[in-house]
Ligand binder design. Sequence first.
Ligand code: EPS
Length: 390
Amino acid sequence: MRYLTAGESHGPQLTTIIEGLPAGMPIENVDINEQLARRQKGHGRGRRMQIEKDTAFISSGVRHGYTLGSPIALVVENDDWKHWTKIMGSEGLTEEEAEEIKRKITRPRPGHADLNGGIKYGHRDLRNVLERSSARETTVRVAAGAVAKKLLSLLGIEVASHVVEIGGIKANPAPYESIQQLQEVTEASPVRCFDKEVEQQMMDAIDDAKKKGDSIGGIVEVIVEGMPVGVGSYVHYDRKLDAKLAAAIVGINAFKGVEIGLGFEAAHRFGSEVHDEIAWDKEKGYYRKTNRLGGFEGGMTTGMPIVIRGVMKPIPTLYKPLKSVDIDTKEVFEASVERSDSCAVPAAAVVAEAVVAWELAAAIVDQFPSDRFDQLAEYLKAYREEVKEF
Ligand code: EPS
C-alpha cells in the first residue's frame, strides 16, 4: 500500500491518492471526517482552524460504502483559498500583477524549510517553499490514516494517542483501564491529556507562550492494541516495522525524535530491567509479562501493545520573530511573521495516530496479501489461531 499527497497550504485543495487497499472494505465519509475534525482541535491552535472546516470528498475508489480495489482519491478543499486565488493561482502573472500582489517572502524563518528549500529549488520567493512545507499538508495524511485506521479497526486493532508533555509540563503515567477509556478521556481534553491534574497547567503554559508571541512543543504517545505477532521482519533493515514507524513519526512536521517503549530510558538500565519475560497460556497464547520494549522485538511486533512517542519542537513560525537575513538585500531582519499556532501538540497527536496507523495497515496488507478484504480478514483470523499454539 502506498499514498501520495499534493496541495499547498493556501491552494485550492489538498489531495491524497491511496493505492493497494483491498476491495470490499466498508468505508464512508464520516470515518474520514471524524479524524479530520480531531486534527483541527486543541488548545493553542491558531486562526486558520476557525476558517477551515476540513471535510473529505471521496472522488474515486469507493462505491456504495465499499472500497473497489481501485485507487482511492480524497480531496479536502481549503476554504481560505478564496482569499488567495491571485496569490496562489496557477496562471502566469504580468510584472504589474506580481507587483500588486506584493506577497513575496524574502525573509526566511529560522527553523523552517524556507531558506534551505529556497536554495535547493531556486525559489527567490520563499512562499514557494512555505506553502508546501506547511503543516497544513498533515490534513490529508490524517485522511489517508483514517482509511488505514478503519482497516485496522475492522481487524480488531485499535489506535489511540495522548499528550504526555507540553512545554515542560509532564503528565503522570496514564493508568487507563482500556484503550477505549484512554480515547474517551483524551477526546474530551482540550490538550488531549489523560491526566486531569496537569491539563490546566498545560493550557496555562500555552496561553503564556501565546501572550509572549512564542510557541511551545511537547511529546505525544501513540498506543496500538491488537496487532498480531510477527508483523514486520528482522531479515533486512528496510523491512523492520519499528524503523518504518520511527521514520513516519519523524516525518511529521516539526518532529525531532522518537522513542519506542522505554526508549532512551533503556540506556540507564540493566538488560534484566529492559527485556520482557515470555509466558504462555491457552487463552492468550504467547505474551510478555511486561511491555518495556513497547511491542517490538527484532523489528517485528510481539503482539503486546505498541507504545511509541514522538517529540515535537515548538512551531518555528513566531509572532516574536527571530533574526534572519533578507535573501535579496542580505540585510539582517526580523523573520517574516506568518499566522501560526502557539502550540499544535494536541493536533500532532492525531497526526501521529494517522501515520502509525498507515504503516501498520500497510505492513498487514503486505504480509497477508489479498485483493479482497474478506479474505484478508480470514487469513488474519487463521494466523492468530495458529500462533497461539505455535
Ligand atoms: C495548519 C495550517 C497553517 C498553519 C499551521 C497549521 O495555516 P496558515 O498558514 O494559513 O495559518 O496554521 O501551520 C504552520 C504554522 C506551519 O508552520 O506549518 C494546519 O492546517 O494544521
